[in-house]
Design a protein around this ligand. Sequence first.
Ligand SMILES: Nc1ncnc2c1ncn2[C@@H]1O[C@H](COP(=O)(O)OP(=O)(O)OP(=O)(O)O)[C@@H](O)[C@H]1O
Ligand SMILES: [Mg+2]
Length: 270
Amino acid sequence: MPSLRRSNGTNGTHRANGSVAGGDAIIRAEGVVKTYDTGTTKVRALRGVDFAVGRGEMVAVMGPSGCGKTTLLNCLSGLDDVDSGTIYLEGQDLARMGDRKRTDYRAKRMGFVFQVYNLLPVLSAIENVELPLLVSGIRPKEARVKATAALETVGLGEWAKHRPAELSGGQRQRVTIARSLVNNPALVWGDEPTGALDSSTATEIMDLLRELNRSQGLTLILVTHDPGVGAQCDRIVRMRDGEVVGEERGTPAAAQTLGGTLSTQVVGVH
Ligand SMILES: Nc1ncnc2c1ncn2[C@@H]1O[C@H](COP(=O)(O)OP(=O)(O)OP(=O)(O)O)[C@@H](O)[C@H]1O
Ligand SMILES: [Mg+2]
């Protein structure tokens, strides 16, 4: 069995613990190893990853296609099992949670925004946003109130009754962001959240995420190829071949020059 802890420097890998090395990490992973066994081949997708993110941080995970970014997201959010290593979510050991608690934690404390919107076409924007609440047993009236508030937060209050087909790509991504926020999560994961968008819409969505991070203290971990996304984050963690190979500070100051409030930013979104 591989060692669960790998010291930095002995193997050329990097500990992406950033500013949270001392403590207040919302998520902390140590020595995470994940191998996919397809029967004919074994792919070592994560080879001992150390990674931590502090409360209120906005972090990008970047690296070439196939380096393990989505695998990291899946493993650290508890969607997928790991071979070895330890993952702490708000101080709790994920491996000790058990399936039910893990699913519950994910539903209550995490939000997800993917490249593909994953909206149900037959449901309106508000119905899509309230769905996770209804699934987790919240009463319809309360779910509607929360979903309305989340849609307003992303500037789509007036589009609540529209179905996805009647919305632009940027608006659809706003609906998925509203859905990710509706449970008031501690942490939101994005996997190429701007990947399907043209560059000006991508900028608009990044501005929205940055604003949510600033105004609500939302912790965001964004997996991306897009250097524009990385530049908006506090920190960029670089991966290669299943390992974290370095990290650098982003330049989120660039976002501050955009100014304005959410309500002014969303005017004119089509
Ligand atoms: N379910 C799976 N079964 C087998 N191999 C897999 C599976 N998922 C991912 N892999 C392999 O694991 C490695 C890492 O994949 P991963 O999807 O994490 O990469 P990525 O960095 O997200 O790439 P991209 O930027 O293209 O999305 C790749 O070699 C991939 O082929
Ligand atoms: Mg991926």
